[in-house]
Design a protein around this ligand. Structure first.
Ligand SMILES: Nc1ncnc2c1ncn2[C@@H]1O[C@H](COP(=O)(O)OP(=O)(O)OP(=O)(O)O)[C@@H](O)[C@H]1O
Ligand SMILES: [Mg+2]
Length: 260
């Protein structure tokens, strides 16, 4: 009894296999979505089946979510990202009340009621500021890898304020800071603080409560988690694999036929 969950994100495609008898995630992986999401998912699935030494007959249901979900009409369930992130996070942390998911292209904040149901959500999918794309641009400008930004920012000794709320203007501001010999560590920290502030301003219209989980690929950036916690006045809970909570939710909910 194995359920398959796929999250076809704008940047990465994620796969999860969930054993219903054990109530446990038994496999997870991700690859870049690239130009052909169908091809990326096919590869992910083949590798997963091989590694677990099972075949299609072992999969009971298949749920799909994410930006590219409509490319998979053969799925038993095509689910919204909000529903899936909520189900995935609730599996790991049943008492969670707020989820902050920051991916490559958008940022979603979901509030959960005391019964574990989605109460409300807000989403920014209009502007790159406050998403992974903005961090990718920052890393490129600073000449480091995306995974190095967090450690770099922890070495910051001086506070600088990034004032632009638009990613394009913020990039010009970063170039200006570099030209004024501002240290890369201080720039990285100022970017994290600006992303955190942007997320918090997005949350203004949401009746949110702690505990707060931070998920999505961007949650791998610990310094950003620290800045978010400071802005919100609460510590962020970050799952071990923050990228795969949406795919986990898709697997868990895959037996509920739903087309979105
Ligand atoms: N170590 C890291 N530190 C910070 N950010 C990272 C790290 N690794 C990946 N990322 C960021 O995570 C993003 C991808 O996350 P994720 O897989 O959750 O996005 P997605 O689901 O494809 O996007 P979306 O939900 O917006 O469609 C990339 O934009 C990348 O910038
Ligand atoms: Mg996503």
């Amino acid at each position: 009894m194995i359920k398959l969950g796929i999250d076809v994100g704008s940047r990465n495609s994620k796969i999860v296999l969930y054993d219903t008898a054990k109530g446990k995630l038994i496999y997870s992986a991700f690859v870049g979505t690239e130009v052909s999401p169908k091809q990326s998912v096919k590869m992910l699935k083949e590798t997963a089946l091989q590694s677990l030494e099972i075949d299609d007959s072992n999969i009971t249901t298949f749920g799909v979510t994410g930006y590219g979900r409509k490319l998979f009409p053969e799925a038993n369930s095509i689910l919204s990202e909000i529903t899936c992130h909520a189900a995935g996070c609730l599996h790991f942390f049943p008492t969670v009340r707020t989820i902050i998911d920051i991916g490559g292209q958008d940022a979603k904040i979901i509030s959960i009621d005391t019964h574990g149901k989605v109460a409300d959500f807000v989403m920014n999918d209009k502007c790159a500021a406050g998403t992974g794309r903005f961090l990718e641009m920052t890393a490129l400008r600073l000449g480091c890898e995306i995974g190095e930004l967090s450690l770099l920012a922890t070495k910051s000794t001086k506070d600088y304020k990034l004032t632009s709320t638009c990613a394009v203007f913020a990039e010009s501001e970063i170039i200006g800071m570099m030209a004024s010999a501002v240290l890369a560590s201080d720039i990285a920290r100022s970017v994290h603080r600006s992303v955190a502030k942007r997320i918090v301003s997005q949350m203004a219209g949401l009746a949110w409560e702690p505990p707060v989980i931070f998920t999505g690929g961007v949650a791998l950036n610990k310094d950003l988690g620290f800045c978010l916690g400071k802005e919100l006045g609460t510590t962020m809970i970050i799952p071990l694999d923050p990228e795969i909570t949406g795919a986990l939710g898709a697997a868990i909910l895959s037996s509920i036929p739903k087309q979105i």
